[in-house]
Ligand binder design. Structure first.
Ligand SMILES: Cc1cc2nc3c(=O)[nH]c(=O)nc-3n(C[C@H](O)[C@H](O)[C@H](O)COP(=O)(O)OP(=O)(O)OC[C@H]3O[C@@H](n4cnc5c(N)ncnc54)[C@H](O)[C@@H]3O)c2cc1C
Length: 461
């Protein structure tokens, strides 16, 4: 069977759905969105669903990009009567390390210069009287920028559940979370109402002739095969973007990392239900008894439990009002890079206990759960990334073939602006100033390569 489409999109995760929506609202409605899975069920429903405009980087591209994405999220929350429960709780970065505290202050200056908003610094409890804590729900009429606490007593007063030795807290404010599933379903419903078709199936091949996309072949989930004649193809295949790009003869510089998260019921009420997403920005070594330490250190499969683990362990409350669920994440698997994403994900039986122990360093009340771990659920997926952790959004060098991928750990928050950017490329609209930073051909630009080299040994943001 042959049909025609103005644009075929491979992948109905949040990137593919946001792209379909962005095309449809610009009048490009004969769009086919293809996935053999139910929408949003590979990576997009495993997210912590948080967003931030806090990206103090070597330049301001990510801040401008995320500010645009958050503008769209707020616009859509208004339009949908807040169907996806957007909040504005903020991100709360904490440290017990004086060097990190100094870094919070310098990051804050840079972030302000790059457009993340005004910084308010508190050196005493009296200064901190001006601080406006987060509201439980809602996203309008909240402060933007960030509040930087450099006073112990002010930190104790506002963030009582954090460890007593935390010496600096940075509360970034144009940040929060939402229901990513509801966001995706709302966008999909809107896109379908405008004419977008969801086709269950697997993209098998993309036919390119004379350097142009001509058609896409799909093995449909009902057993039939379909060829769709089309001048446009958008690769939104998430962890499989590299394989899908190869169907058009394009090589993408991508790798993937496994990231897990754990959910449990905080029946002891340790975590403040009004808090933002809290991140401990310090590396740590887990405290074990002498016997435990000796036993783990003696076995090469468990020795890592006695070694320093990375900064960045984070948590947030899930749900509102009487809900007690807490989500916790610690990205200590990310040193292993996958060239090809493997499913199912590798198992880590230690994860819930390790995360609870590590989190007790940030919120000591959680130590009560360590000896008798409550029931937990663990899930996760891949962060698919470029070396400098910026996305790939734009043309690929084959006429009509685009990519919207490498959305790493920020795909939910980035999808609105990423989908819009693809639609502007496809429709020939005016491109925003940040678009060159996300194109695949940025790597051909000597100036960009020099910038990357100046970003440090890993080049990663
Ligand atoms: C534990 C965890 C926490 C996270 N937390 C956050 C967060 O707080 N905030 C945030 O913004 N982001 C977060 N992320 C990142 C975010 O979830 C991802 O960046 C985002 O979901 C990527 O969306 P996607 O549409 O690119 O990929 P996916 O959701 O993986 O969708 C890709 C789709 O492509 C389909 N596909 C692949 N190949 C083919 C083919 N040949 N034919 C047809 N279909 C194909 C797949 O079946 C899949 O459905 C987190 C991720 C993880 C794993």
């Amino acid at each position: 069977m042959t049909r025609t489409s103005d644009v075929v999109i491979c992948g109905a995760g949040i990137a593919g759905i946001a792209t379909a929506h962005a095309l449809a609202i610009r009048g490009i409605r004969n769009v086919t969105l293809i996935d053999s899975r139910s929408p949003l069920t590979l990576t997009s429903d495993k997210s912590t669903e948080a967003y931030r405009n806090w990206w103090p980087g070597p330049d301001d591209a990510m801040v401008r990009f995320m500010n645009r994405s958050i503008d769209l999220l707020e616009e859509w929350a208004d339009a949908s009567h807040d169907r996806f429960l957007l909040n504005r709780r903020g991100y709360v970065y904490a440290t017990a390390n004086p060097d990190k505290a100094a870094q919070f202050a310098s990051d804050a200056v840079r972030a302000e210069q790059q457009g993340a908003g005004e910084i308010r610094t508190y050196h005493s409890q009296a200064d901190a009287a001006a601080y406006r804590p987060s509201a439980h729900t809602g996203y309008r009429d909240h402060p933007s920028g960030a509040d930087l606490f450099l006073d112990h007593d002010a930190i104790r007063e506002q963030f009582a559940f954090l460890a007593d030795d935390v010496i600096a807290v940075l509360h970034a404010r144009r940040c929060g979370w939402m229901s990513g599933q509801q966001l995706g379903m709302w966008l999909l419903e809107e896109a379908k109402a405008l004419g977008v078709t969801l086709l269950p199936g697997h993209v098998q091949s993309v036919h390119v002739r004379g350097g142009r996309v001509e058609s896409v072949s799909v093995a449909c989930s009902d057993g039939s095969d379909v060829t769709i004649a089309t001048p446009g193809f958008v690769n939104c295949a998430g962890p499989f973007a590299k394989e899908v790009a190869a169907l058009t003869g394009v090589s993408l510089p991508l790798f993937s990392e496994m990231h897990l998260k754990v959910a449990f019921e905080d029946t002891l009420g340790v975590v403040d239900r009004n808090t933002g997403l809290v991140i401990l920005d310090d590396a740590q070594t887990l405290p074990w008894s002498d016997d435990e330490r000796a036993e783990f250190a003696a076995d090469h499969t468990t020795r890592w439990l006695t070694e320093p683990l990375p900064a960045g362990i984070h948590l947030r409350p899930e749900g509102y009002r009487q809900n007690q669920t807490v989500l916790m994440l610690w990205d200590y698997h990310s040193s292993h890079r996958y060239d090809v994403a493997e499913l199912p994900l590798a198992d880590d039986p230690f994860y819930p206990e390790v995360v609870m122990r590590g989190m007790a360093r940030l919120a000591p009340g959680l130590a009560q759960y360590v000896d008798r771990l409550p029931p937990v659920s663990v899930d996760g997926g891949y962060y698919t990334k470029t070396a400098e952790n910026r996305p790939l959004i734009g043309p690929t060098g084959v006429d009509g073939a685009y990519v919207n991928a490498a959305l790493s750990g920020y795909g939910l928050m980035a999808a609105p602006a990423a989908g819009e950017l693809i639609a502007l490329h496809v429709s020939g609209g005016a491109l925003p100033s940040y678009h060159p930073s996300f194109r695949l051909d940025r790597y051909n630009d000597p100036a960009y390569r020099a910038l990357l080299a100046s970003w440090g040994s890993t080049g990663q943001l």
